[in-house]
Design a protein around this ligand. Sequence first.
Ligand SMILES: Nc1ncnc2c1ncn2[C@@H]1O[C@H](COP(=O)(O)OP(=O)(O)OP(=O)(O)O)[C@@H](O)[C@H]1O
Ligand SMILES: [Mg+2]
Length: 291
Amino acid sequence: MQLNGAQVATETEQLQPTRGEMRHAPSVETPAIEDIAAPQSQNSVALPAALPDPWHVMRQVEITGLNERRSRLPLVDFFRSSPTARAFDLLRTRMLHSLRAHGWKRVAICGPTPGCGASFTAANLALSLARVPNSRTVLMDMNLRNPGIARALGLERSALYNGDMLGFLRGETRLEEHLVAASDRLALGLNSSTFHNAAEVLHETRCAAIIDDVVARTRADVALFDLPPVLHNDDVAAFLPQVDGVLLVSDGSQTTARHLKACEKMLAGHTQLLGVVLNRARSEDEFSGGS
Ligand SMILES: Nc1ncnc2c1ncn2[C@@H]1O[C@H](COP(=O)(O)OP(=O)(O)OP(=O)(O)O)[C@@H](O)[C@H]1O
Ligand SMILES: [Mg+2]
């Protein structure tokens, strides 16, 4: 599948966990009916009014500047009939089946090494998910060292978003101020600053609570987290407890079997490998040196 001299192929058959036992969705204890109906106590405290749906108060951003970038930024929304767009739609559909079957929502997207196309995949997958009617997708840029989502979506020059992801994860910014809505189906948590002690922040219990809050309050069906490369630092390892599974983006021009094995080893026992996306796949002609 050719796109601006690059290709994307998805190994959708690998979307099922490839290794180990399937993790079961956490069991929730259902309270007995009488527990719900019975008054809690004589001195019961009134609950605070429900917070407004953050989607209604977030700033809106328009994913713009795409026409002028057509030649260099392969966003599938602008190539709806291309094989790449179809590959992302297929990836979306397979991933949704897998997530729904297990009650999962949170997906980390990362490559083994830098530049494999993790941010490219995360942005395009989010756009594809956002075309599902009556759905909500949140895309968070958790690459605190080398953020890429605003750039991938052509938003890097927009003044409308708060790019201080670090401050957000430290509880300094409210969810409504940090997240922006690209549509009524897609919210973005963007980052524009770099920070080199990222693993320590991603590891904190406060970060875990904030991610829980994002998923709960946005009522997201799917939350995608764009992460740095697995083999480059320990950021992915630090963030794994916050996700249900990982989508690994391999790059046909640089990823080796050894890289994939090392990633599998790192993820083993910590999370599900939901699938491996083969980005920049080389055509058979290239392999055979053909015409
Ligand atoms: N299939 C593709 N076709 C064309 N360009 C692509 C493709 N995949 C990635 N790119 C481009 O390659 C560059 C690197 O991709 P991207 O930023 O997604 O990689 P990454 O894995 O997120 O890198 P990092 O490790 O730095 O976060 C970007 O300019 C992106 O637009
Ligand atoms: Mg990236």
